[in-house]
Design a protein around this ligand. Structure first.
Ligand code: DQA
Length: 143
């Protein structure tokens, strides 16, 4: 099983970015935790981050036939990007939307996710554990 983790804008700043909301764990540290668990579960993971919407769109397109699942923290593009939503719809690779923070407990503009309707599900509010919980969801998925 091959799983592609995609991370959107500003997530490269984790560790120092608004730690009260996102914690103090950096993205490379989150990646290391995911890799450790993936090894235990005997699944393959790839981990990428981009601040550029079009790059994320291209990565989603390229995932078709190469990855079995996408785990996507689209960050602010969650709330704005029809392009990301259309890409997920187009490739039909099952996708889990994740967030570190509980977006529903924050500003109203974060309550709306344009990608949620085309995702299998959403995990939000568990800090870096959202990344690990998504992995558990993937490996225990029964359709
Ligand atoms: C986020 C939540 C988004 O609303 C925000 O724009 C982010 C991070 C999260 O992981 O909590 O950049 O996706």
């Amino acid at each position: 099983m091959r799983i592609l983790y995609l991370n959107g804008p500003n997530l490269n700043l984790l560790g120092t970015r608004e730690p009260d909301k996102y914690g103090r764990t950096t993205l490379p540290e989150i990646e290391a935790k995911v890799r450790k668990r993936a090894e235990e579960l005997k699944v393959e993971v790839e981990f990428r981050q981009s601040n550029v919407e079009g790059e994320l769109v291209s990565w989603i397109q390229e995932a078709k036939g190469r990855f079995d699942w996408l785990i996507l923290n689209a960050a602010a593009y969650t709330h704005t990007s029809i392009a990301l939503r259309d890409a997920i719809s187009a490739v039909q690779v099952p996708t889990i939307e994740i967030h570190l923070s509980n977006v529903h407990a924050r500003e109203e503009f974060r309550h709306k996710s344009l990608i949620a309707p085309v995702c299998r599900g959403q995990i939000a509010g568990f800090g870096f554990n959202s990344y690990l919980l998504a992995l558990e969801a993937v490996v225990s998925d029964n359709g």
